[in-house]
Design a protein around this ligand. Structure first.
Ligand SMILES: [Mg+2]
Length: 189
């Protein structure tokens, strides 16, 4: 499938959902491209997973910001590859640095720099420990097995809207609880 067809399909998928993330965050190695960039040379021409570029362009067209969270120890190679692929300027934030945490510090920085709350973020990564850590922060996090593709994209948006709905339900419950006058405490709903 060409980039344009993937993009159109991604647009169609997004059209189904009433709520969408404000920011979609991507890991790089084995999420956007099928290799560890620390094992490659800057002189090479990299390629991405087949659906990755189309999905990025669809998000951009839809007005949804995209960001990078990578623990790659070779930010210079990663940035060179993003430039070569012509996608570098698409990202509002790129946090690329090695870290002992499972990307919690990456996400704290992304949150600080964009002002987007964690529960308005959707995150794709191929490592389960990152997915676990970041989902605990409140971002909807999706494990990808063969890179980001339309299937993972749909799964991510579905899970995001489910999480959003449960947050809204809890907010409503809390509002009801906190605004309830004392005299009505025993009243039926
Ligand atoms: Mg990775």
């Amino acid at each position: 499938m060409g980039d344009e067809r993937v993009k159109n399909e991604a647009m169609e998928i997004m059209g189904v959902f009433q709520v969408l993330p404000r920011l979609v965050v991507f890991d790089l190695d084995y999420t956007l491209w099928p290799f560890y960039c620390e094992c490659r040379s800057k002189r090479e021409m990299p390629s991405m997973y087949p659906h990755a570029k189309g999905i990025l362009h669809a998000l951009k067209d839809k007005g949804i910001d995209v960001a990078v969270a990578s623990r790659s120890p070779t930010a210079d190679i990663a940035n060179t590859f993003l430039d070569k692929l012509g996608i570098s300027s698409m990202f509002v934030v790129k946090e690329i640095f090695s870290s002992w945490t499972h990307k919690t510090d990456h996400f704290q920085r992304i949150n600080r720099r964009t002002g987007v709350p964690y529960n308005a973020m959707l995150f794709f990564d191929d490592e389960n420990r990152n997915i676990e850590a970041v989902s605990k922060m409140g971002a909807t996090s999706i494990l990808v097995r063969k890179g980001v593709n339309l299937g993972a994209f749909r799964e991510g948006l579905t899970k995001f809207s489910q999480n959003f709905a449960s947050v809204e339900r809890n907010k409503k419950k809390w509002r009801k609880f906190s605004q309830k006058p004392e005299s009505s405490e025993n009243e039926e709903e």
